[in-house]
Design a protein. Structure first.
Length: 128
């Protein structure tokens, strides 16, 4: 695949993700007492156990979608990504201040499964 094809594919994935975010209910409606949410996100390869990436996402509760879909960090992965939405919303519904979520990438790298895993530690605070 040439560079232009990869760029077009990435733009299509971004547009689809944006459409899903816009169509999703708002986080403030699903968790009205939530005041802050921080996600510590770590992606690792199942076979090696090596961390592929680690970062923190600070969620702007007032305007964020109630959708926690994260793309796979492997540029060779096709059709993959993670969806920890149900785990995150469950933790928020239970007003947990710290909880974890995991998901496995369902994409493929060549003809093999992707084999990456996402681990998220959520830190939330709520109105008293």
């Amino acid at each position: 695949m040439n560079f232009r094809g990869r760029k077009t594919e990435a733009a299509e994935r971004f547009a689809e993700r944006r459409r899903l975010e816009e169509a999703a209910p708002r986080l403030k409606d699903r968790a009205p007492d939530l005041t802050s949410l921080k996600l510590e996100v770590e992606e690792a390869h199942d076979a090696s156990g090596l961390s592929g990436s680690k970062h923190v996402r600070l969620i702007v509760v007032e305007r964020a979608p109630a959708l926690f879909a994260i793309p796979c960090g492997d540029p060779s992965c096709r059709g993959g990504g993670y969806d920890v939405t149900s785990s995150i919303l469950r933790g928020l519904a239970e007003r947990q201040e710290r909880f974890e979520a995991r998901d496995h990438c369902a994409g493929t790298v060549g003809s093999a499964p992707c084999r990456r895993t996402l681990h998220v530690v959520a830190l939330a605070s709520y109105k008293k």
